[in-house]
Design a protein around this ligand. Structure first.
Ligand SMILES: Cc1cc2nc3c(=O)[nH]c(=O)nc-3n(C[C@H](O)[C@H](O)[C@H](O)COP(=O)(O)O)c2cc1C
Length: 392
């Protein structure tokens, strides 16, 4: 085995925790929980298999933190709102820790893009009274269409018009995030990630296109990020200094893949507002971490946020091989990388990258990432001959 990617495989101190390397599994929704949100044994096996592949940390799929308050976004989404949820997550956390891998639970509130079937007839909530254009809830491969027995075009999910949250609602939802974080810690997690990305509630506040407020929670970058900062403060008060708290940010939303912040200057203002906040680290979500889609500067968004916040950055998006990961770290864009689809599809990604083994990643991109029973069987490197390989 060669020692490819020395920076990637060096340890990283992230707030109160130390990762054995800088490879993080990005949060990936699987809809594998019980209908009541309890994490399943299948989830424990899925996460443990990826921990065994040598990751520094896993960020779980988006998890709703509160029953009520219209936070659940997906059918079969896991929750961290009840004692049964805590017991389910404890099995996941213990299985991951057995492989010397950290795990944090991603806490999310769906806001205006919750699947209407999760809302019990209530309207969705958002920063302002806006109306999402809707989106296709599932992936669009023929393979998935086939296993779901869907004939014709993919069904597009539409959402009702959103109710604008009042300030007292904002505080109640932030309290819900804190209670969810306390339960995640009770389950043994190393901390939590607050989902401020990808079109969900906190993103709807951070993105000026969906936040039309004129009070303290809208109208400027500092006001747009205030809700996410409040959530961080309440979580820190609930779980103390010994646990990791990460904030995930993005330009895109699930119902808007043309999303763009108003310039790198906007990222700089968001970064400056997060300096000295309760967050230990930031996490940039995208499909290409280096492409900022802006005209005012070519600097990658994660680099601008890292520079202005002074916080460690986990960069995500389009990192499929070791060389790209190493460059993300040595270029000043990031302190760790989060890998989504490649680890989804390929539990031993870290092993292969470290070995320097040539590997064609693309056949595993999406094709085998549909259901765990399939990916356990198929997304496995045929050339992996050393099952006793010690995790880096
Ligand atoms: C099927 C699927 C599910 C996802 N679920 C989540 C999620 O629950 N939370 C989240 O923040 N991002 C989620 N994402 C976004 C990924 O974390 C990541 O940003 C994206 O896949 C790009 O990274 P990659 O190029 O390494 O795959 C999801 C992406 C996919 C493809």
């Amino acid at each position: 085995m060669t020692d490819a990617c020395p920076t990637l495989f060096s340890p990283l101190v992230l707030g109160p925790v130390t990762l054995k390397n800088r490879i993080v599994m990005a949060p990936l929704t699987r809809q594998m929980a019980e209908p009541d949100g309890t994490p399943t044994d299948e989830m424990a096996a899925y996460y443990a298999r990826r921990a065994r592949g040598g990751l520094g940390m896993i960020i779980t799929e988006g998890t709703y933190e509160q029953d009520g308050w219209q936070s659940k976004a997906y059918l079969s989404q896991p929750g961290i709102a009840t004692d049964a949820h805590v017991a389910g997550w404890k099995k996941v956390v213990d299985a991951v820790h057995a492989h010397d891998c950290k795990i944090i639970v991603q806490l999310m509130h769906g806001g205006r893009v919750c699947d209407p079937r999760c809302l019990n007839g209530e309207p969705p909530v958002s920063a302002s009274a806006t109306h999402s254009g809707g989106w296709v809830l599932y992936t669009d491969t023929d393979y998935e269409k086939n296993i779901r027995a869907i004939d014709g075009p993919w069904p597009k999910v539409t959402f009702g018009p959103a109710r604008a949250l009042r300030v007292d609602d904002i505080h109640a939802i932030a309290d819900g995030f804190a209670a969810g974080a306390a339960r995640a810690v009770a389950a043994g997690a190393d901390g939590v990630e607050v989902h401020g990305a990808n079109g969900y509630l906190l993103w709807q506040f951070i993105n000026p296109k969906t936040n039309l407020r004129t009070d303290d929670f809208g109208g400027s970058p500092e006001n747009n990020i205030r809700f996410a900062k409040l959530v961080g403060d309440k979580i820190r008060a609930a779980i103390g200094p010994g646990k990791l708290i990460v904030l995930r940010l993005s330009q895109d939303g699930v119902d808007d893949f043309t999303g763009a912040w108003p310039g790198v200057a906007y990222a700089e203002a968001i970064g400056a507002a997060l300096k000295g906040s309760a967050y230990d680290a930031l996490h940039w979500a995208s499909f290409d971490y280096a492409a900022n889609r802006q005209t005012d500067s070519a600097e990658p968004m994660p680099a601008a946020l890292r520079r202005t916040s002074g916080l460690p950055m986990i960069a995500n998006g389009g990192i499929f091989d070791g060389a790209t990961a190493e460059t993300a770290l040595t270029s000043g864009a990031a302190d760790a990388v989060a890998i989504g689809r490649a680890i989804f599809a390929h539990p031993d990604w870290a092993y292969i990258v470290r070995s320097g083994m040539p590997y064609d990643w693309m056949p595993f991109d999406r094709k085998y990432v549909i259901r765990p029973p399939l990916d356990y069987g198929l997304a496995y490197p045929l050339a992996l001959t050393d099952p006793k390989w010690p995790a880096p």
